[in-house]
Ligand binder design. Sequence first.
Ligand code: NI
Length: 167
Amino acid sequence: MAIYPIRTFGDPVLRTSAVAVSDDADSLQRLVDDMLETMYEAPGVGLAAPQIGISKRIFVADIGEGPFTMVNPEIVEVSGSWTFDEGCLSVPGYYWSIKRPGYAKARGFDIHGDPVEFEGDELMGRVLQHEIDHLNGMLLLERLSRREKRQAMREIREGSLGSAEYR
Ligand code: NI
């Protein structure tokens, strides 16, 4: 297993819509093992492949109930609304109060190509939406209002992520 460096804000891979996964189960298992190790080490509750520079539609997550993986996932249902201080391993150290649907259901596949479905309220619903956003090249900043986003960008520019090291 291997721990990957996590790509941060400003890396173009994070703004790229990832491509559908068609790899065999063995190589996906290796990728999932590496992604989980990287996620737990961070630590985080979810990690999408683009965050380690792999532009494929797969994510791993664990909200404290054990790890799960979704390949080629899609949100199929949302409802309600929930405001939560949301963070992202690719924008480390920042949290923004973001309102999204409270409940989400996602359908996709496991690494063997068998259909899987995950759903939930609050943190589970949030993780499903956040990770699938990553696969669509979208960071949580895009879920802020224009004014909030402007403020957030200013904070990022003035903070460590805005340093030359991350450009
Ligand atoms: Ni994230």
